[in-house]
Design a protein around this ligand. Structure first.
Ligand SMILES: Nc1ncnc2c1ncn2[C@@H]1O[C@H](COP(=O)(O)OP(=O)(O)O)[C@@H](O)[C@H]1O
Ligand SMILES: [Mg+2]
Length: 252
């Protein structure tokens, strides 16, 4: 599916992370390619968020290497990693509550970019237009409802001009039409050539978005490949998804 001569934009080589006695990420090797959407799935505690933390530099790896655009970033600060084009949203959404929606997004632009206030403001407004939050630009971020706080996370990470965007459960808690809207947004972000790693519990979202899927289980890669194949993989069905799910996808 991926032409062999395409170079990965992100590559994990035998990455592990221990917390005391718990191996949260266990010897994970993966490649991600420019402009693709990859679904990262797995039960609670599988290590998905930890993996995002390792890639974005928020946590050091215990062993292994992370290559971004061919260069190791395991000793690079989170700030420098963000500046170089690796953005992520947070599963637990924590905007700067006292600041306006616009200021929150500007903070993203300034954190990751080399831009002054005017440029940051313009970039932030563009991102708010894109995420349909422009009308709330001057509201305190604390007043946003959940769906809008999730969009704010998206706007903030887009303002960082990413080449890779990791979305950690941005659809959790949204209703069905909010999810459809988010799906369209994510697809149009990928259409700009940004690589998207989408962590998601809802299989329909992964099926709609991701050409490839990776299943983590107890920190290790249990299965990876074309999304439909991964969903049918007996190991995945047995370990995680349950038979009802497998039957549904066997028919698709
Ligand atoms: N900061 C931390 N300190 C200790 N244990 C952690 C920490 N973060 C995650 N863990 C543990 O690592 C494992 C993977 O967690 P996590 O990456 O949050 O999983 P997921 O996002 O797939 O639900 C869990 O057992 C969790 O309790
Ligand atoms: Mg998580």
């Amino acid at each position: 599916m991926i032409p062999p001569d395409i170079r990965p934009i992100l590559q994990l080589d035998n990455v592990s992370r221990d917390f005391g006695g718990v191996r949260a990420v266990d010897n994970v090797s993966l490649k991600f390619f420019p402009g693709e959407i990859v679904g990262l799935i797995g039960p609670n505690g599988a290590g998905k968020t930890t993996l995002v933390n390792l890639i974005s530099g928020f946590l050091p790896v215990s062993s292994g290497d992370v290559l971004y655009d061919g260069k190791s970033i395991v000793r690079t600060s989170p700030h420098a990693i963000a500046r170089s084009g690796v953005a992520r949203t947070f599963q637990i959404v924590q905007p700067f509550a006292q600041m306006s929606v616009l200021e929150n997004v500007m903070a993203g632009a300034i954190y990751a970019g080399d831009c002054g206030m005017r440029e940051a403001r313009q970039k932030a407004m563009d991102c708010l237009e894109f995420t349909k939050l422009a009308a709330s630009a001057h509201m305190p971020a604390s007043e946003l409802a959940l769906a809008d706080r999730k969009r704010l996370e998206l706007a903030k990470s887009l303002a960082m001009n990413p080449r890779i965007l990791m979305l950690d459960e941005v659809n959790a808690g949204l209703n069905s039409s909010e999810i459809d809207e988010a799906l369209r947004m994510i697809q149009s972000i990928a259409a700009r050539g940004i690589t998207i790693i989408v962590i998601e519990h809802l299989m329909r979202v992964v099926a709609a978005l991701a050409q490839r899927a990776v299943v983590l289980h107890h920190g290790a890669v249990l299965s990876e490949g074309a999304t439909q194949d991964v969903f049918r993989d007996p190991k995945v069905v047995e370990a995680y998804l349950g038979n009802r799910f497998a039957e549904r996808f066997a028919r698709t």
